[in-house]
Design a protein around this ligand. Sequence first.
Ligand SMILES: O=C(O)CCC(=O)C(=O)O
Ligand SMILES: [Fe+2]
Length: 317
Amino acid sequence: MSVPLIDLRRPIGEVGTAVDTACREVGFFSVVGHGVPEELIAEAHRLALAFFDLPLVDRAEAEPDDVSYPYGYRPFSAEALNRSIGGVAPADLKETMNIGPVHAPPRPLADMTDPDERAVYAPNLWPSALLAFRPAIEAYYDAMSSLSSRLMSVFAVALDLDPGWFDPFVDRHGSALRLAHYPALAEPAPPGSFRAGAHTDYGTLTILRLDDEPGLQVESPTGEWVDVDAPDGALVINLGDLMQRWTNDRWRSTMHRVVVPPDGGARRRLTMPFFHNANWDARVECIVEPGGRALHDPVLAGAHLLAKFRSTVTESP
Ligand SMILES: O=C(O)CCC(=O)C(=O)O
Ligand SMILES: [Fe+2]
């Protein structure tokens, strides 16, 4: 299934209407006219592959000592995304490299009394073996950060709010970029395993750069799993749980997963999801349509995110 394709160069009102429809019906869409140079995307993708081609000892240099540290390298089988929704699926068939904010925090770390907030601004861990990696990935992080801000103002318009309505809630966001490598599988995958188990994303929105290898599926409103496809050069956008809650369930945070393709996963796959979050201390209260009532209690964005994140670490990688 091609998820709805939206050209961000169209007039903002038209874009907003298309986004509202896509977010209500599918929770996924793809965008062209996003302004991120193709070379910047290709360079990040190339260096991400080069990172996963490093010998394990060099990748492991970027692995945190403590599994609860949010950034750095996570080896094969360290995560089971399905557990974030209470599932019991085996570990995912992937390894990841996770990158947090690439600029100085909005205020000194010493002023942040919540240790979990400090964790969002914990330093990134980089491998010393691949010098071109860090600048290419930081440039990609920045590009995703700018595109997220633009999408949040499109979201505001789609919800009949002022374009800047979300700004005070996201102007100090601590979002995370993930490089997800699904290696070619030498042996048949264990029964019931996935490249990434069924889950919803946690935050406001995710920007996903797919590659040529298929596998991403979304759950339709009638419960069928459908393949996600997007034209070359497009970026796939989906909503996270916080946005569903914020919109009082008007929009959908859609269940999705990455399956092992019918060839048994003979080819590797590399995607680069960027998980945009609201500010740590943003108080998210349902945006209620006229005449409606709030379906959820207010929640702080940071606490909401951490609870989700902690539920997915496997006990024994
Ligand atoms: O790799 C993909 O296509 C999607 C991965 C994903 O959904 C996630 O990491 O949250
Ligand atoms: Fe996801």
